[in-house]
Write a protein that binds this ligand. Structure first.
Ligand SMILES: C[C@@](CO)(OP(=O)(O)O)[C@H](O)COP(=O)(O)OP(=O)(O)OC[C@H]1O[C@@H](n2ccc(N)nc2=O)[C@H](O)[C@@H]1O
Ligand SMILES: Nc1ncnc2c1ncn2[C@@H]1O[C@H](COP(=O)(O)OP(=O)(O)O)[C@@H](O)[C@H]1O
Length: 328
């Protein structure tokens, strides 16, 4: 471990945090020629956070990546780590020869459909920008973010936003401020995002041969309108995820998890993005606590967490021990 990677923010180290995302609506179009799918998604940032410290180290110290927290062993510590890719991108662009060490503290499930790796990339961009004094604005950072992954720009932006293109083109949904309390059921094991998209293509082709197309989610107007109100049940009735059948096909045990949430009285349960994390939307914090306890007791999930949103996007923190900003 380089000697000053844990130095509190100052001249030689900067710490930033970035939130997990959920997709309140995830509409998936057909496979494009570039290997991606067009998306129509409503992203929401929730208060599970990744923390990334980027530190200047001496010339003879290596550019290490150190990862701690739940699931850390599954995260690469070479230059394929998304935070390392973010650091390398900005350092290369700046023509800087600085040696930079990275420390990641994970708070988002790994390979869980909540954009943990993307949040690391977002936090690393924000921290490196500050550490190297680049002064890139939010728009320039989001443009770099899109090169690293489809949902990295949203992890920088936070709040609630409409995502189009492959998910990288954002429009803020400023009125969609209705707060949500969501129980997060983390599965044992992960699902690979490209494998889940490919499974959806396979299921769609198979079903279309039988003349019974897999249903596709429609527009988001009603959901966006509901998010401006104060009725969690109305919002819950409008949530959608086109990737859910693919995640369930690859991991059938998730049906049991969804059933446990329904039996516990959640307003709505669904797979988070590409899964396998399952989300249970609740009427209020009290109900979320009760649902979390009941789902936890059934033993269907490796871990159950309570979260809420919307929260803000990636930002520098002065004290790595401090709680991240809670409002967008
Ligand atoms: C599905 C979503 C929903 O928000 O997130 P997760 O639930 O996995 O976190 C995102 O679209 C994931 O975004 P991200 O994890 O950044 O994916 P990328 O690195 O850009 O792409 C990884 C791979 O996923 C597939 N992919 C991704 C985005 C997209 N619009 N169409 C795709 O087909 C492609 O096979 C691509 O090569
Ligand atoms: N910093 C990182 N944190 C987590 N995973 C990373 C990171 N860098 C690369 N990865 C790889 O990206 C994959 C997807 O991880 P993650 O972003 O946590 O899940 P998801 O795409 O389902 O939201 C993981 O299997 C992991 O090997």
């Amino acid at each position: 471990m380089p000697r000053d990677v844990s130095t509190p923010a100052g001249a030689r180290a900067v710490t930033a945090v970035a939130p997990a995302k959920i997709n309140l609506h995830l509409g998936v179009g057909d496979l494009r020629a570039d290997g991606f799918h067009d998306l129509l998604t409503v992203y929401r940032a929730v208060d599970l956070w990744e923390q990334v410290t980027v530190a200047l180290v001496d010339d003879d110290d290596p550019d290490v990546v150190v990862v701690s927290g739940p699931g850390a062993a599954q995260v690469p510590t070479d230059r394929t780590n998304l935070a390392a890719k973010a650091v390398d991108l900005l350092r290369g662009e700046a023509g800087s020869g600085a040696r930079l060490a990275i420390r990641i503290v994970k708070g988002v499930p790994v390979a869980g459909g909540m954009a943990g790796g993307s949040a690391d990339a977002a936090a690393a961009l924000v921290a490196t920008d500050r550490l190297l004094g680049l002064g890139l604005g939010r728009a320039a950072l989001e443009e770099r973010a899109a090169r690293l992954g489809s949902d990295v720009p949203f992890c920088i932006r936070g709040g609630t936003a409409l995502g189009t293109g492959r998910g990288e083109t954002l429009a803020p949904l400023l009125h969609a401020r209705a707060e949500q309390h969501v129980v997060v059921a983390i599965a044992d094991g992960g699902l690979s995002t490209p494998v889940v998209f490919a499974e959806l293509d396979r299921l769609r082709a198979e079903r279309s041969e039988t003349g019974r197309d897999l249903p596709r989610s429609g527009g988001v107007e009603a959901l966006v309108e509901a998010l401006a109100g104060q009725d969690p049940a109305r919002v819950a009735g409008l949530l959608a995820n086109d990737l859910e059948p693919a995640a369930l096909s690859l991991m059938p045990a998730l049906r049991k998890t969804l059933r446990a949430g329904a039996e516990a009285g959640a307003l709505h349960g669904m797979v988070s993005g590409s899964g396998p994390t399952c989300l249970f939307f609740c009427a209020d914090r009290e109900q979320a606590i009760a649902v979390a306890a009941e789902v936890s007791e059934t033993g269907v999930a490796r871990e159950v967490r309570l979260t809420h949103g919307p929260v803000g996007g990636a930002h520098v923190i002065d004290n790595p021990q401090q709680t991240p900003q809670k409002t967008p």
